[in-house]
Design a protein around this ligand. Structure first.
Ligand code: NCD
Length: 297
C-alpha cells in the first residue's frame, strides 16, 4: 500500500482505490480523525479552477491542516520556470496539488518535488481525482445494480474527466461489481479508444439518436464544450442540450452527472430534479479529496 504521487489513474491499484473509497464513505458519514501533525498543502494552478482548487483547500482545512497557494504575482512573472517553482514550493509543503495546461507534463514536473504531487488536471489528458469522485458518486447511487449503462455526451475528445473515469473503470482489479454498457456520442472520438476491456459493451451513437437511447441509461455523464482547447479550428462537438422531453424519457432511478462547469448543455431549471446529482458530485469531491490527502500524506 502507499501512493508516491497521483499523476494518472494508472498510479492507482485496486487496494488504493478501495482504501480511498472506504475512507471517503466514512468521512461522508462524519467519521474521521484529523491529521496527526500540522501539515501544509500547496495549490499550484496554471489553469483556471473553482471546484478542484477550493475543494482541496477546504478538505485540508477540515482535516486540521493549512494551505498555501501560488500567488498570481509569483516569481514566474520574472521568468522563473515551472520546475524551479515546484522545487521551491515542495520545500514548504507536505503535498502539492498541481494543474497545468500541458498534456502529460506531470511526470516531468513531479521529478522536481520532494513531496507527493496530486494531478488536478493536465491539459485534456488526465484528472484522476475527478475520476475517483465520479466513481464514488456512481457507486453511491448504483450499488445494487448488476448492469450499468453509462451514456457520455459532449466534447469527449477534450474531456480529461471522461478519459480518467474510463481508465478508472478499466482498471482490471477495480471491480465495480456490474457489467458495463457504455454509450457515447462518438462522431469525433470513439470512447473505445480510451478503454478496451473485452466484457464492456459499447454503443456508438449520433447526437440525434440520444432520445432513442436515453431511456436505457443509469448514468448520463454530460460534459461542456471545452472551447479553450480548440486551438485553431473550433468544432462544435456538443450540440446536445438537456430538455424536459429527454428528462421525461429517463429511468426513474437514473442519475445525471456533470463534472462542471456547465454551459448551455445543462440548463439550471433541471437542478431541482431528483435525478440531478452534479452538485452531489461537488459535495462528494470534498469527502474523496479529504480521503486522498489522508492516504497520500
Ligand atoms: C473539469 C476540468 O477542469 O477538467 N472540471 C472539474 O475539475 N470539475 C471539467 C471542465 O473543465 O470542463
Amino acid at each position: 500500500m502507499g501512493l508516491k504521487h497521483l499523476l494518472t489513474v494508472n498510479d492507482l491499484k485496486k487496494e488504493d482505490v478501495d482504501a480511498i473509497m472506504r475512507m471517503a464513505s466514512r468521512i461522508h458519514q462524519g467519521h474521521y480523525e484529523l491529521l496527526k501533525s500540522n501539515k501544509i498543502l500547496a495549490t499550484l494552478f496554471f489553469e483556471p479552477s473553482t471546484r478542484t482548487k477550493l475543494s482541496f483547500q477546504s478538505a485540508m482545512y477540515k482535516l486540521g491542516g493549512q494551505t498555501i497557494d501560488l500567488p498570481i504575482n509569483s516569481s514566474q512573472t520574472k521568468g522563473e520556470s515551472d520546475a524551479d517553482t515546484i522545487k521551491t514550493i515542495s520545500k514548504y509543503a507536505d503535498v502539492l496539488v498541481l494543474r497545468h495546461p500541458k498534456n502529460e507534463i506531470m511526470e516531468y514536473l513531479s521529478n522536481y518535488s520532494d513531496v507527493p504531487v496530486i494531478n488536478a488536471g493536465d491539459g485534456s489528458n488526465q484528472h484522476p481525482t475527478q475520476a475517483l469522485i465520479d466513481a464514488y458518486t456512481i457507486r453511491q447511487y448504483n450499488h445494487r445494480k448488476e448492469e450499468l449503462t453509462i451514456m457520455f455526451t459532449g466534447d469527449l475528445i477534450h474531456s480529461r474527466t471522461v478519459r480518467s473515469l474510463l481508465e478508472l473503470l478499466k482498471l482490471d482489479e477495480f471491480n465495480l461489481d456490474f457489467k458495463l454498457h457504455l454509450i457515447s456520442t462518438c462522431k469525433y472520438y470513439p470512447i473505445e479508444n480510451y478503454i478496451n476491456i473485452s466484457d464492456v459493451k459499447f454503443t456508438c451513437i449520433d447526437e440525434n439518436q440520444i432520445d432513442q437511447y436515453i431511456g436505457e441509461v443509469d448514468v448520463l455523464y454530460m460534459t461542456r464544450m471545452q472551447a479553450e482547447r480548440h486551438i485553431g479550428k473550433y468544432v462544435n462537438y456538443n450540440k446536445f442540450i438537456m430538455t424536459k422531453e429527454l428528462l421525461d424519457k429517463m429511468k426513474m432511478d437514473a442519475i445525471i452527472m456533470h463534472p462542471l462547469p456547465r454551459n448551455e448543455e445543462l440548463p439550471e431549471e433541471f437542478d431541482s430534479n431528483y435525478r440531478a446529482k452534479y452538485f452531489q458530485q461537488v459535495k462528494n469531491g470534498l469527502f474523496v479529496r479529504m480521503a486522498l490527502i489522508k492516504y497520500i500524506i
